[in-house]
Design a protein around this ligand. Structure first.
Ligand SMILES: Cc1cc2nc3c(=O)[nH]c(=O)nc-3n(C[C@H](O)[C@H](O)[C@H](O)COP(=O)(O)OP(=O)(O)OC[C@H]3O[C@@H](n4cnc5c(N)ncnc54)[C@H](O)[C@@H]3O)c2cc1C
Length: 461
């Protein structure tokens, strides 16, 4: 089994040959720091709308090195941290409109991939979440009734039998499914998007770490890019900038992938619709059936490293790998039989950015030309596209519907200093773990430990 080495997704298609680094000082109209989906979508839409604009992207390793080349491949319609807490300030109509835009963004990504001939193994099979005990079932039903109160609601509550017919997950008590989600191969999307940007004339420099962003410039030891607009698109790595160290907490998430599974196993499991799949646990899992019939399964792993340290090429703690292996067999007992026991081909981790209120943001300071987007927690695959389009509109001073969505220019306070940050995050996840175990033993409602953890974190998990 490979452990680390960025991700299975990159190993599957082959590590990229890196593009030339920045070799001298350069002038541009827009400089984007970070070549993940956020940076690349921003560059892409800028050049679509303003072909003459000089757009330079600086990337510390290679395009798609971060979460964009490592994620679970859920192109889904999540609004990070949920919609409800925006209602008091913006009203249900505007928040509902935001949700509609995110739903449409799933289709925009699919359409753009078709336009640019990017084959990212996309199948729009919807998002499916299951409950596996009474407390999870209660949360699932509460979620379904809260969804039903929105005009654009189209989530379907499924009985245990209906849910098991979709995907035979052991112990399923019920499910919820909605159509606004697709499975993707993340690295294929990142690679294709970077190539599409270059075809439009975007210049991407790799192996170029930006050490400082100041108004009108991004500095690296290779040189400086001077630009009217500098966009920070570094998400989970943002803590490495001294001035933004406590803005978004870098959180790890980990995945394992099996070898391709034989037809006999798929006949037992089902999963013909290729839906992306998760559960209602506080420390939830997320999974996809890959184009070559593997299961890729993700979960929280070791959540946080002291001092907001970010990455080691995705190398994953043995304990996390074993926990994911055990979870796989618990979900799909057929994989525990000697005849079908799969090997794990690869385990890896990635880093994502968590704001203090768990809500993503995108914005531009018109005075300084500094722009940003991120804090998507684990739900940025779709939102990065909306962020990229929004940043392009803001830079070009286009007053559009999306430049007024509730997350635009949303600000929140910083995280606590260390060691409080480390202690709080570890305590939170220990509490969520204990709550999940107590719910699995038969609690009928959400464990008070989880409610306490929600109160500390400021968000329901
Ligand atoms: C393991 C994992 C699973 C996930 N699963 C899902 C999922 O299934 N669905 C979903 O919606 N979301 C998921 N997410 C979240 C999603 O992947 C991210 O929200 C999204 O990819 C963020 O894109 P980004 O471009 O903002 O950040 P990134 O992809 O992290 O890109 C940031 C880039 O900036 C570069 N960079 C950083 N610092 C510097 C610097 N100083 N100078 C130059 N370059 C720099 C990095 O190398 C990186 O390439 C997951 C995340 C992880 C880690």
């Amino acid at each position: 089994m490979i452990n680390g080495d960025v991700s299975f997704w990159w190993n599957q298609i082959g590590m990229p040959v890196t593009r030339p680094d920045l070799a001298a000082d350069v002038d541009a109209d827009v400089c984007i720091v970070g070549a993940g989906y956020t940076g690349l979508w921003t560059a892409y839409y800028l050049k679509l709308l303003a072909p003459d604009m000089r757009v330079v992207v600086l990337e510390q390793r290679f395009a798609g090195y971060g979460a964009s080349g490592r994620n679970g491949g859920w192109l889904t319609n999540s609004i990070t941290g949920g919609r409800d807490h925006f209602v008091a300030e913006f009203g249900r109509e505007r928040v509902g409109d935001w949700q509609r835009r995110v739903n449409e963004t799933v289709d925009e990504v699919i359409a753009m991939c078709a336009r640019e001939k990017i084959d990212a193994d996309i199948v729009k099979g919807g998002e499916f979440n299951v409950a596996m005990n009474r407390a999870q079932q209660a949360r699932l039903e509460a979620w379904a009734s809260s969804e039903a109160q929105w005009p654009m609601a189209d989530a379907q509550l499924l009985s245990a039998d209906e849910a098991r017919d979709r995907i035979a997950i052991a112990g399923t008590t019920g499910g919820i499914w909605h159509p606004h989600a697709a499975r993707i191969q993340p690295a294929k999307l990142a690679r294709g998007l970077a190539d599409a940007c270059e075809r439009l004339g975007v210049v991407i420099h790799e192996n170029t770490t930006v050490t400082e962003i100041v108004p009108g410039a991004a500095r690296s030891k290779h040189g400086t890019v001077r630009a009217d607009f500098v966009i920070r698109a570094t998400e989970g790595f943002t803590a490495n900038f001294a001035q933004a160290h406590r803005e978004w907490l870098p959180m790890n998430s980990s995945l394992v992938v099996t070898t391709p599974l034989p037809n006999a196993v798929w006949e037992e499991i089902g999963w013909v619709g290729r839906d992306v799949v998760g559960d209602m646990a506080h420390g939830y899992f997320y999974a996809q059936r890959t184009a070559d019939d593997r299961i890729a399964l993700g979960g929280r792993g070791k959540p946080y490293r002291f001092g907001s340290k970010t990455d080691n090429d995705g190398s994953t703690h043995e304990h996390t790998v074993e926990a994911l292996r055990a979870l796989l067999v618990r979900l799909f007992p057929v994989l525990g039989h000697d005849a079908h026991r799969p090997e794990l081909d690869h385990a890896w981790s990635g880093v994502l950015g968590v704001p203090r209120d768990w809500s993503a943001t995108v914005g531009l300071d018109a005075q300084t030309g500094f722009g940003w987007a991120g804090g998507y927690v684990g739900t940025g695959v779709t939102s990065t596209n909306l962020a990229g389009r929004t940043l392009a509109d803001l830079v070009l001073r286009r007053d559009t519907d999306i430049t007024h969505l509730p997350w635009v220019n949303h600000h929140v306070r910083r995280w606590e200093m260390e060691p409080l940050r480390w202690t709080a995050v570890h305590a939170l996840y220990a509490m969520y773990g204990m709550a999940d175990r107590s719910e699995a033993r038969g609690r009928t409602s959400t464990s008070p430990l989880a409610s306490l953890a929600d109160a500390i974190s400021g968000r329901v998990h």
